[in-house]
Design a binder for this molecule. Sequence first.
Ligand SMILES: Nc1ncnc2c1ncn2[C@@H]1O[C@H](COP(=O)(O)OP(=O)(O)OP(=O)(O)O)[C@@H](O)[C@H]1O
Length: 630
Amino acid sequence: MTNDQLIDMTVIKKPLILKSSSSKDSSGATLFWRNLSVYAMDRDRKTINKQLINNVRGVIKPGDLTAILGGSGSGKTSLMTALALRTGPGIVVHGDIRVNGVPVGSSYMKYHSGFMHQEDMFIGTMTVLEHLWFMARMKFDRRVRNREIRGKIESLLRDVGLIYRCNVRIGNNDDGKILSGGEKKRLAFATELLTDPKILFLDEPTTGQDAHSASVLISELTSFAAKGRTVLCTIHQPSSAIFDCFRRIILVADGRIAFAGTSEQAIRFFASQGYKCPQTYNPADFLVATLAIAPRDEDSSRRTAQRICDAFLTSEACKEVDVNIQLELHIAKTYHWRNDISCTNEFKQLQCWLKLFWMVHRGFMQVLRDPSLQLIRMFQKLCLATMAGLCFVGAVNLDQLGIQAVQGVIFILVSENAFFPMYATLSLIPQELPLFLREYRAGMYSIYLYYFARILSLIPGLILEPILFTTIVYWLSGLRATTDAVVLTIMIIIVTMNVSTACGCFFSVAFDSVPLAMAYLVPFDYILMVSMGPFIKLSTLSIYVRWIRYISWLLQSTEALSIIQWRGVHNISCESVNEDLPCMTDGSVVLEYYDFDENNFWMNIISMSIIYIAFHIFGYVLLRRRCKSI
Ligand SMILES: Nc1ncnc2c1ncn2[C@@H]1O[C@H](COP(=O)(O)OP(=O)(O)OP(=O)(O)O)[C@@H](O)[C@H]1O
């Protein structure tokens, strides 16, 4: 879909009823919490490392734009992620979090709330439109038609001012066509608005934006809240104009609530505690500065903050919070219809295979559009294949020296299509893990779908590359010129490359970083390489590494390729050989010399396939474990 198509698209006459994950129930959501504490656990997950939030309560209502304010490290993000039920595994939340008086779980929040994170994460190679389209497909009910999705995306792009940037790539840093930091924030905002969530959480939405863009975003939030949505955001140093837009504020200091209510109430409350905001001061700055823990005067500023938090507990504003909570509980008991908040059953997720399609599509675009990865890689393959092939021009003959040349070409074919892809895949998971975890935790897809989609999107490259490389080397070196031999050689090299990539995937999941994965992979590769065949007779391998025979796909690949070249060859000449040296006139003798068995051909292919599946199964299991533990 082009920009023009999108802009000129016929306006849909009847009102859109988008069956997003949250739009089925149009009633508002009053979120309240009581006795809420949040703890960060130690690595062992048994002992508490730090209390992030200390026994707090509060209410936010539909229609209100509420801001959580506080100094850096005061606990704003911890409070908001706890309320959104999106804390990581190392965080424990204790307390009562309810919507419309009913306790809610993370699945409710997944379906009915949006969460805009402080750090934007996008796939830089996608355009704005492609990104929103992908998100819509993943988040919308499957009954929503494409036309409706287009309409929704168009109106959102207009609202956030990105309509004329819809075909621009989101970009990373090194490519000319990229969105600015502020535009990325607006895109992240539009992404969350796609599903029209009942509750919207935003962590520092204005960070990185100029004053004008920040005000535009806040006014967008105000209009979104005005539609009966509940909006809660954390914010750092808002300007006076932005501060005035917040219907209610929650001030946080050292994990406690220092105030909750309107900004006017806050200023009056602080004045009553002896902290009067000067006329010319930005009230937000004043309130945050009063509560901030000054590094040079930590004890005294901490005492001040604690005193204000204690005073808030006996204030009128706190009583108002309590009254509101009691009222919500009473309404929930009296009007049972309001309790029907678990309408997620009606939501029909996109079918697995369609999700897989969109994820593979995104993966393809990532691979295809990454010039650093694709073009350079193909060019490199082409050059390497030509150079390697040229080294063997005229050397592959049916004589004693030719035997060495054939085994040399086989070594080049196997090693070049094994080691490079293996190392190239090592960065795959560490690079993508943060985005994947975010999307997985937002309930967009399952772990197995992600893993499967990622493998599928790599496969075209893993077929094209070996075909290109093998064809050039095969032709230049002049290996056995029968169709069978060429096709089988290409097939085995494709399998070899795929197994190597599966091994790379496994190591990339197993270790947190690329250097750590390399530290383990390099010695493993040495063993694989030494036991490939050309360097040592397999029967003389030390007993400690003899097992490698069963798991070394490099050895199995070398054996299969050697069988292709030497099976049925009976006329190797001995003319150029010194009379004292043995002469191998038959292909079967050559295979024997390397301890290869002619009957192992299909067994090798089956073994390589089993190793491929095993690496991916282990990779998937480890990825699952990592997702549950990070
Ligand atoms: N997982 C954790 N383990 C230990 N300490 C943590 C953890 N998460 C947060 N903290 C600490 O808890 C405190 C509150 O963190 P939080 O991110 O909620 O603050 P914040 O008010 O959002 O800060 P900022 O405005 O700088 O983002 C900080 O001192 C932080 O270092």
